[in-house]
Design a protein around this ligand. Sequence first.
Ligand SMILES: NC(=O)c1ccc[n+]([C@@H]2O[C@H](COP(=O)([O-])OP(=O)(O)OC[C@H]3O[C@@H](n4cnc5c(N)ncnc54)[C@H](OP(=O)(O)O)[C@@H]3O)[C@@H](O)[C@H]2O)c1
Length: 289
Amino acid sequence: MAKSIQVVVTGASGFVAKNLRKYLSENNIDLISISRNDFKTYKNEQKIISKDYDEKLIINKIKNSDVLIHLIGIGKQSIDIDYEMINVELTKRIVNLVKKTKIKKIVYNSGLGVSSKTSVGYFISKYKAEKIIVNSGLNYTIFRPSYIVGKDDLFTKFLKKQIKIKTIEIPGSGSYSIQPISINDVVKIIFQSFNEIKFKNKIYDLVGPDYLTFEQYVKLFCKGSKIKIKKINLETAYYDAINNKKSNFGIDDLNILVGDFKGNYNQLEKITQIKFESVIELLKSGRLL
Ligand SMILES: NC(=O)c1ccc[n+]([C@@H]2O[C@H](COP(=O)([O-])OP(=O)(O)OC[C@H]3O[C@@H](n4cnc5c(N)ncnc54)[C@H](OP(=O)(O)O)[C@@H]3O)[C@@H](O)[C@H]2O)c1
């Protein structure tokens, strides 16, 4: 019988990682998942708990693996944790770990909007992380996701909370657009990327078929419930993001929204040949509520 493939996942308790681990486990992939805190394992999964991804603890445990999926990332900074430390330096350490353990392939989630021309701090750090991976000599696949939608993603949870108080706040006009992709499609595509040649040493946008305004998205989300949509002046939203650590939208969340990024869906559809879920249909069905 052919040996099943063994996959390492970093940032195992995050939204994408949790959904991916479940999907891979259901597809009988052997998993080794690493997180800072304890978590529940799926079938065929071993766990490693490490606060700092210290190689001494990790190397021996992951050395016979085939692929590493690097899903650690932050989108908000503070004086304790910043983009350089996590998105750049930790990526560098993970890449070294992959090289030392002779794992053949690395898969990484960057962000839609990353380019050499960007001036946004978050995108700059993701751009640097991409470069570290591209220049590593490893077989890589880098995805640039737009907003990934699931029952348990941060923004869905936020909208559900606002629905309870009957008012949803949106920053500015809400007429900037997003191109959401369902988490169910994301996990399938990441799985495909493990050994298909079309994914080797490539960077692809990870976007869905629908491109809609933020306001349309929010309206569809709360379809059926009597909710007031309150538009917050953009200056006020930025003021809050700058001065309040716990603001609903961080500075780079706002930058990303206002940036109006659109990805290459046709390319992704052609390469993956999957039938994508329409996020609009998903919202209309009420399955996220
Ligand atoms: N979700 C989206 O819509 C979206 C869009 C574009 C790009 N992405 C990218 O996709 C990746 C996964 O996203 P996600 O939505 O799953 O994010 P998430 O839920 O915030 O998960 C990220 C994980 O990173 C790890 N992490 C965070 N801070 C860390 C630190 N200081 N030290 C070590 N590990 C740390 C944590 O893993 P543990 O708690 O397990 O330690 C955390 O759960 C990220 O790189 C993100 O930038 C996501």
